[in-house]
Design a protein around this ligand. Structure first.
Ligand code: CA
Length: 242
């Protein structure tokens, strides 16, 4: 699954250059030339990363980054700031408001792609093509295969994405709403109950390989993937409302 990158840049020539290079590198792209349009795109679907120009008309990139960091749905989106400013103080300001990296114009396409790859690898490993292995459970994004030892596990597309996300974010509890944002991308028309349905299917598929208990229900909080602990045998329910 190609990562989706939102480019917020008002200079048409630079925007075009960036989009061209991102597409060449295999990324899916959307773009906006001001914060308001960018926000509308984000409300439509959360991107995997935002390339945000510092100098924008109306709301500046820095102000917009602050708004994103305060929003419940948007605070975790990786942000790389783009700027013509080279001063150390500006760089510090950018990182202080929560930008994940910082690129100074002019930059080479190669540097741009390298920075994006580094941030994505660090912050959203499920967008990378690297195989994930936990115990004998192995998920390979290149051929989209999940295996446990020599058993192949058949998964639907949503269960596959859910498992990929969970295997790359182990030992942390995610609420249903967080899972919808991170796995479904856009939860505007999806009910939170949907998550329970897919968790149940995923467990059923993993049961065959004896790995279903790695998907744990944390009551009142959400779900967690953990290969480290074993749940008490009498807690098999997936219903958070009980
Ligand atoms: Ca600009």
């Amino acid at each position: 699954m190609a990562a989706k990158i939102l480019v917020v840049e008002d200079e048409a020539a630079i925007q075009e250059l960036i989009i061209y290079n991102l597409k060449q590198a295999g990324y899916e792209t959307v773009c906006a030339d001001n914060a308001e349009k960018a926000m509308a795109l984000i409300n439509d679907e959360i991107p995997d990363l935002i390339l945000l120009d510092w100098m924008l008309p109306q709301m500046s990139g820095i102000e917009f980054a602050r708004v994103l960091r305060r929003g419940e749905r948007t605070r975790l989106i990786p942000i790389i700031m783009l700027t013509a400013r080279t001063q150390e103080a500006d760089k510090v300001t950018g990182l202080e408001i929560g930008a994940d990296d910082y690129i100074t114009k002019p930059f080479s396409p190669r540097e741009l792609i390298a920075r994006i790859n580094a941030v994505l690898r660090r912050l959203i490993p499920e967008a990378s093509d690297e195989a994930v292995e936990i115990g004998e459970l192995r998920l390979d994004p290149v051929n989209r295969r999940v295996t446990a030892g020599n058993k192949e596990i058949e998964l639907g597309p949503t269960e596959y994405r859910l498992l990929h996300f969970m295997m790359t974010h182990t030992e942390r509890v995610y609420s249903r709403s967080q899972l919808l944002d991170r796995v479904w991308g856009d939860h505007v028309f999806v009910e939170e109950r949907t998550v329970d349905v897919h968790i149940r299917r995923l467990r059923k598929a993993l049961q065959w390989a004896g790995k279903d208990e790695w998907i744990q229900t944390v009551r009142g909080a959400g779900y967690r993937f953990s290969a480290a602990t074993t749940l008490p045998a009498n807690e098999p329910d997936t219903d958070l409302t009980r």
